[in-house]
Design a binder for this molecule. Structure first.
Ligand SMILES: Nc1ncnc2c1ncn2[C@@H]1O[C@H](COP(=O)(O)OP(=O)(O)OP(=O)(O)O)[C@@H](O)[C@H]1O
Ligand SMILES: O=P(O)(O)OC[C@H]1O[C@](O)(CO)[C@@H](O)[C@@H]1O
Ligand SMILES: [Mg+2]
Length: 440
């Protein structure tokens, strides 16, 4: 695995503290590339609208809550179709790959990339890579057409298959080069986006006319900068079924207790790892991608609750429900499908316009192109000292659970003047596996 941090940030300063964190463009290293009028201007759906192209200068602000004298802060390039494109339709040979764990909506994104390329830009050559990154060099490919993908959004999982580990940058880029692929769409979580960043670096080093676009996926909702990752709403919706069942069970019997364990690496299931006995599983075990394997906090809590009441000689009825994989292996709900479509189209518009090395996603409600480095440097966490957490505790009648150590840690941290400064709920990736009072 390579170092994804080689990319120089493209920073553009403007008036009143305005900063554009721009994404790379193919012309950064291939300055003589020709451009062409965007074929969308002849598309009946778009041609009736006057402002169908995004203005080159449009950017999206990261900081939405400001004070009178605040600097304007960081901005990202607005996503959407551009007046000029850097690929001719019959020149494009696109490929799509899905990596990491499953997530509702993967098939919708695949479908919408295929249909977007096909119908908006007249692209006919689209390849699906089988089984994640290693599929570039170890597996078969599948030809993707609108007909082939027509119904796939109604199914869970990914029709392309997925995997962890197996990221060999040189082999992947060799395969891209050998097959004549010039647009690579990479759908996956934080690890996948790190893999995409090194692929982009290698492509740029080789001077290839290949656009690399990342589409962030994770039910964990831990990818920074963007408002929300696709599949999260579907997962929450499904999780409710388990929570409701636990609630009904608990309420229907004397001394009933309902316990539900939800998935989400550092946003749910990773809670209390420091409290769990090492005998359950070695603390150092990792999956094929290098992610720490988490111990089962649900079972642990279940045992501890039972022990506690046994000591008090109080009979209880505890029902433990673990819907882990059920919340991610289902088809996406309608709102996620709409979101997936927007993501896919934004990625297609960006690649056609010659942007590369970017991840697409909504920032304060507007879709933007975000440089890979910005997406991979931090990881969102649940903050147990913010107002959202306070609302949760208050609406569920829970105590704060903060112990004196946590409170003094929080007090030691520099408190921001406003509640919404850059990266407030983010942390460096390296700290996520350490004991952290903010993992809940
Ligand atoms: N630093 C890295 N450099 C190159 N490739 C990486 C890196 N980190 C992860 N990858 C590759 O990205 C792919 C997916 O990574 P991972 O299994 O961590 O899932 P993810 O994308 O984070 O999704 P999720 O955790 O939400 O399921 C794997 O093939 C892995 O080898
Ligand atoms: O068991 P698997 O497939 O490795 O995936 C488990 C992990 O994948 C996710 O579903 C997605 O990141 C996490 O919530 C979970 O920790
Ligand atoms: Mg991950």
């Amino acid at each position: 695995m390579g170092n994804p941090c080689d990319t120089q940030m493209k920073l553009v300063a403007g008036a009143a503290g305005y900063v554009l964190e721009d994404v790379p463009h193919l012309t950064d290293y291939l300055p003589d590339l020709p451009s062409y009028p965007n074929p969308l201007q002849d598309n009946p759906a778009y041609s009736v609208v006057k402002q169908y192209f995004v203005n080159e200068d449009d950017t999206v602000t990261q900081k939405i809550v400001v004070h009178k004298d605040s600097p304007r802060g960081v901005h990202f390039r607005r996503a959407g179709p551009r007046q000029r494109v850097f690929f001719e339709s019959d020149e494009v040979h696109a490929c799509i790959v899905t990596c990491g764990g499953l997530c509702p909506g993967l098939n919708t994104v695949i479908r919408e990339i295929v249909c977007g390329l096909y119908h908006m830009y007249g692209v006919r050559k689209i390849l699906g890579i089988d089984g994640g990154y290693r599929g570039f060099y170890a597996k078969n490919t599948v030809t993707l057409t609108p007909k082939f993908v027509n119904d796939i959004h109604k199914r869970g999982g990914t029709i392309l298959g997925t995997s962890r580990g197996g990221h060999d940058t040189s082999k992947i880029v060799d395969s891209v080069q050998d097959r004549g692929i010039n647009q690579v769409y990479i759908i996956g979580g934080d690890g996948t986006q790190r893999g995409a960043a090194v692929i982009f670096e290698e492509i740029r080093r080789r001077g290839l006319k290949v656009a690399v676009a990342g589409i962030p996926k994770t039910i964990d909702n831990d990818i920074p900068v963007i408002d929300k990752s696709f599949g999260f709403d579907t997962a929450v919706e499904e999780a409710q079924r388990a929570i409701n069942a636990a609630h009904v069970e608990a309420g229907s019997i004397e001394n009933g207790i309902g316990l539900v364990k939800l998935m989400g690496r550092y946003s749910a299931e990773g809670a209390g790892q420091d409290l769990l006995s090492e005998s359950l599983q070695s603390m150092d075990q990792q999956d094929a991608s290098g992610n720490k394997l988490l111990q089962d906090v649900g079972l642990w809590i279940s045992h501890r609750i039972k022990e506690h009441f046994a000591k008090k000689k109080m009979p209880i009825n505890l029902k433990y429900i673990d819907p882990t994989y059920m919340i991610r292996a289902i088809p996406s709900i309608a709102s996620d499908n709409v979101y997936c479509t927007l993501l896919a189209h934004s990625a297609v518009h960006g690649a056609m316009a010659g942007y590369t090395g970017f991840t697409v996603g909504p920032v304060n409600g507007r879709h933007a192109y975000i440089p890979f480095n910005r997406i991979i440097e931090k990881q969102n966490k649940v903050v147990i000292t913010d107002r959202m957490w306070a609302r949760l505790l208050s609406s569920t009648n829970q105590p704060s659970f903060l112990n004196p150590r946590d409170i003094s840690e929080v007090k030691k941290e520099k408190q921001p003047a406003t509640g919404l400064l850059d990266g407030e709920n983010c942390r460096d990736r390296k700290s996520v596996t350490e004991d952290d009072p903010c993992i809940s």
